[in-house]
Design a protein around this ligand. Structure first.
Ligand code: CA
Ligand code: CA
Length: 255
């Protein structure tokens, strides 16, 4: 079962005002996590990336989502989200594809066991990204479903990691039509000392330096991570994006 939320015009302006993460309390269903999963076999994108252990492992295999408790919530924003996508598959037999309406946002979210340090890994293929400004491709939320960290795809294809209001941006850029393995780390801070980093590759490896890596140690978010929200949250263009193998791990999970 999955819950679908149609964000209409009013919802769009909630997004625009930055209050997108505030959803009715009745939609929340935290507290249950996916089973510990072994490292998956390699898939598309040239190599098998991923975390060494997970507390959340969404493969999108089978009808619907592979994680059924807690359920996923989708915010369509006039676009479409397909968790059974087979036209271009990044790993296994099905991937997750979002196709946004023009200048609108489409995303999904689910919860995991909250913690002060969380790693997020996912496969990501920008298919068509005519964006003219930064837009989020994944967010991390706290218990109150407020964004505490995210990755933004900039208009030039670089990736910006954000921790509260602190940011760092890669010099390397993503290209449409290429599949990437993306690693995001979040460590909660006490004011302006939180840590966040991003690294992406085409072969599954996790960069810790170089053009496809960026980090900040001045993050301002002070609450634990509890939700992951992949998708496009931006306001320009019709975005066509494919995701797969979305994993969340703890401090022991970095490859
Ligand atoms: Ca599926
Ligand atoms: Ca898959």
């Amino acid at each position: 079962m999955r819950t679908i939320v149609l964000i209409l015009v009013s919802g769009f302006w909630l997004l625009a005002s930055g209050a997108f993460a505030q959803v009715p309390i009745g939609l929340r269903n935290p507290g249950v996590v996916g089973a510990l999963a072994p490292r998956a076999a390699g898939g598309g994108g040239g190599g098998g990336g991923g975390l060494t252990s997970t507390i959340f492992n969404e493969t999108f295999e089978g009808t619907g989502y592979s994680i059924t408790s807690p359920t996923w919530t989708e915010s369509l924003g006039g676009g479409t989200v397909d968790e059974d996508y087979t036209a271009t598959v990044l790993d296994g037999s099905q991937s997750w594809r979002i196709l946004t309406a023009d200048s609108a946002s489409s995303y999904g979210y689910n919860s995991f066991t909250a913690g002060s340090e969380r790693w997020v890994y996912f496969m990501f293929r920008p298919v068509s990204t005519p964006n003219s400004s930064n837009g989020e491709i994944i967010e991390i939320w706290n218990n109150g479903q407020t964004r505490i960290a995210d990755l933004q795809l900039t208009s030039t294809g670089t990736i910006q990691v954000r921790h509260g209001t602190a940011t760092a941006t890669t010099t390397g850029a993503m290209s449409d039509g290429t599949t990437y393995h993306v690693y995001l780390r979040y460590v909660v801070g006490t004011g302006a000392n939180g840590v966040a980093s991003v690294g992406f590759s085409t072969d599954g490896s996790r960069p810790t330096s170089g053009s496809n890596f960026a980090s900040t140690s001045a993050g301002t978010a002070t609450t634990n991570a509890e939700y992951v929200a992949p998708g496009w949250i931006g306001f320009s263009g019709v975005m066509d994006l494919i995701y797969d193998k979305l994993q969340v791990g703890d401090s022991t999970s970095a490859p």
